[in-house]
Design a binder for this molecule. Structure first.
Ligand SMILES: Cc1cn([C@H]2C[C@H](O)[C@@H](COP(=O)(O)OP(=O)(O)O[C@H]3O[C@H](C)C(=O)[C@H](O)[C@H]3O)O2)c(=O)[nH]c1=O
Length: 181
């Protein structure tokens, strides 16, 4: 697999390297040694999936507060997403910056998002499925969020969301979100 850095500290793009043969191919998706060499965790005690009926569905921007902060490896297993990470770490060289990558079932790319970053995505096609490998269990009381269109972050979404949860539509802007503790 190829692990490439992004402009956000600790956020990496993981690209499988398929080994082809007459049957098709085999490819590794996670490797503890390779991940550790890039400062990434590879222990994912919880895996989740979300299915999204329509294109332009937005989920996020979410994270879990310490001590329940989670690293995530996110991939699109059907359809396509515009996947976004936002750096919330005050001591990070990329604090308050965002990065996005197009993850699709066809490119099999995965975005590694370390603890201390918010995550969200916008679907680019109907019938899109997103698979998460997560380094910490879901703790509802630790759930935090930032609104998708916060002007201080300025994410350049490819299109206006058409579908989102009431929770996501009501998420706070940066100042209030950082005051959530
Ligand atoms: C996250 C989660 C949710 N749930 C339950 C709670 C709700 O009854 C239902 C939907 O939850 P929610 O609306 O928070 O789902 P998303 O909006 O897709 O949240 C996710 O979206 C963004 C993009 C992420 O990166 C996180 O993985 C996660 O926050 O699933 C669980 O049972 N376990 C879980 O781990």
């Amino acid at each position: 697999m190829r692990i490439a850095p992004t402009p956000l500290a600790g956020v990496h793009l993981v690209e499988p390297e398929p080994v082809p043969d007459a049957r098709g191919f085999f490819a590794r998706l996670v490797c503890a040694d390779s991940f550790a060499a890039h400062g990434m965790v590879a222990d994912f005690p919880q895996c989740s999936v979300s299915w999204n009926r329509a294109a332009a569905t937005l989920r996020g921007l979410h994270w879990q507060a310490a001590p329940h902060a989670e690293a995530k490896l996110v991939r699109c297993t059907r359809g396509a997403i515009f996947d976004v990470a936002v750096d919330l770490r005050p001591n990070s060289s990329s604090y308050r910056r965002w990065v996005a990558r197009e993850l699709t079932a066809e490119n099999r790319l995965a975005l590694y998002i370390p603890a201390g970053c918010a995550h969200g995505f916008l679907t680019l096609s109907d019938d899109t499925e997103v698979f998460y490998q997560i380094s910490a269990p879901h703790m509802p009381d630790a759930a935090r969020g930032l609104r998708w269109d916060d002007p201080d972050i300025g994410i350049d979404w490819p299109t206006t969301p058409a579908v989102m949860s009431e929770r996501d539509a009501a998420l706070p802007g940066w100042a209030d979100a950082m005051g959530q503790g």
